[in-house]
Each structure stands twice: as structure tokens, then as C-alpha cells.
Design a protein around this ligand. Structure first.
Ligand SMILES: [Zn+2]
Length: 63
């Protein structure tokens, strides 16, 4: 069985590239773009709403 190659847009740089299961960085076009995207998460560029009860839990963390 042969899966036809298809073009997808890299979520990081927006470049069109061929989606391949051989690409360990998919759906990103490259390892670099994958790392860039992970870096965005680390920098909280994507705002993630924190449930109020979860925020309160952080007060109970040992210092
Ligand atoms: Zn890319």
C-alpha cells in the first residue's frame, strides 16, 4: 500500500513541504522549526488559560 505524498504548511515558518512519515520533525519542515515552535511554548507566546483552582494549587507548593 502506497500513501501518496501531500503538501502541508509548516506550522512554524509556513513553508510548504511534503508530509512524510520519514520526517521525524513532522508536521514541521525541519528539526529547527520544531525547536522554534517548542521555544514559543516555553516563552508562553501562546497564552494558555489556567483554571482558577489550578492557580490556587500553586500556593500549596513547598518552597
Ligand atoms: Zn518550517
Amino acid at each position: 500500500m502506497n500513501t501518496p505524498a501531500f503538501q502541508i504548511k509548516c506550522p512554524s515558518c509556513g513553508k510548504q513541504h511534503t508530509y512524510s512519515t520519514d520526517n521525524p520533525s513532522r508536521p514541521f519542515c525541519s528539526e529547527r522549526c520544531k525547536l522554534i515552535d517548542l521555544g514559543r511554548w516555553a516563552n508562553e507566546e501562546y497564552a494558555i488559560p489556567v483554571p482558577a483552582n489550578q492557580a490556587e494549587d500553586s500556593d500549596n507548593l513547598p518552597d
